[in-house]
Design a protein around this ligand. Structure first.
Ligand code: SF4
Length: 262
């Protein structure tokens, strides 16, 4: 499949927007997630991703031909079974992946259905999507978890295989519309942890008052076995997780600019 087909998502479920909204491809569901947004969450992992992050912990969710077809209504019916857990904990529904914005029309439709039912909605994305196509999905989310893999353009390409421009355009748009946003950044020793890179990201996010916090995530190798199982070469086999001191140093770059870090 060509890169342009991957990046536009037009290979999914038809060429017309209405067709693409009516059906998506699902990887899996987690019914009581606690790490992708506030409270207890019904987490939808969509199938397909155009990025090739070196540390991907879900490489099996990347192939857009994998997973199974699903409708927004089917997902909503499942989510509704857990609404008492979500309500009691201040939780809701999160759509993640894979890269959910590979199916932006489907995500927008599903999140809007959830909102109409009074469910809190979150979207976890790397922001790799053309802004105009992404807008309805971004607007349908009460909270956006935006993964910025690197501020440095070259490092971003090295880590993910794609440019970072659409991610930054989405960050600016989220600010423009005052959308509650959390930023996620994975600290990888020798890759994303260069002081200039961390400082540039801290500078960038400190200019946006819609960003509530940065989640600084230490690199880990929990996905390595999955890579082996898929016959893929895991390049970061000899990379170690960051030390507490390195994490603290990165966190300080954000805190010193008034950004909350967790
Ligand atoms: S964006 Fe997520 S699913 Fe896609 S390659 Fe990166 S880590 Fe894996």
């Amino acid at each position: 499949m060509s890169f342009s087909a991957l990046s536009t998502g037009t290979h999914f479920m038809g060429t017309r927007p209405e067709e693409r909204a009516a059906k998506g491809r699902l990887h899996s569901i987690e019914t009581c997630g606690t790490v992708d947004g506030p409270g207890v969450r019904f987490v939808v992992f969509l199938q397909g991703c155009a990025l090739r992050c070196l540390y991907c912990h879900n490489p099996d969710s990347r192939d857009p031909r994998g997973g199974r077809p699903v409708t927004p209504e089917e997902l909503l019916a499942q989510a509704n079974k857990y609404r008492s857990f979500m309500a009691k904990s201040g939780g809701g529904v999160t759509v993640t992946g894979g890269e959910p914005l590979l199916q932006p029309e489907f995500v927008a439709r599903f999140l809007n259905l959830c909102k109409a039912e009074g469910l809190h909605t979150a979207l976890d994305t790397s922001g790799f999507c053309e802004l105009e196509r992404a807008k309805p999905a971004l607007e349908a989310a009460d909270l956006v978890l935006l993964d910025i893999k690197s501020m440095d353009a070259e490092t971003h390409r090295r880590v993910t295989g794609v440019p970072r421009d659409s991610t930054l355009a989405i960050a600016r748009y989220l600010h423009e519309i005052g959308k509650r946003t959390w930023i996620r950044f994975v600290l990888v020793p020798g890759l994303t942890d260069a002081p200039a890179n961390v400082t540039a990201l801290a500078e960038f996010v400190s200019g946006f008052n819609n960003i509530e916090k940065v989640q600084l995530l230490p690199f880990h190798k929990m996905g390595e076995k999955k890579w082996e199982k898929l016959g893929l070469r895991y390049e970061l086999g000899s990379t170690r997780p960051p030390s507490p001191i390195e994490l603290e140093r990165a966190a300080a770059a954000f805190r010193s600019r008034g950004v909350i870090v967790e």
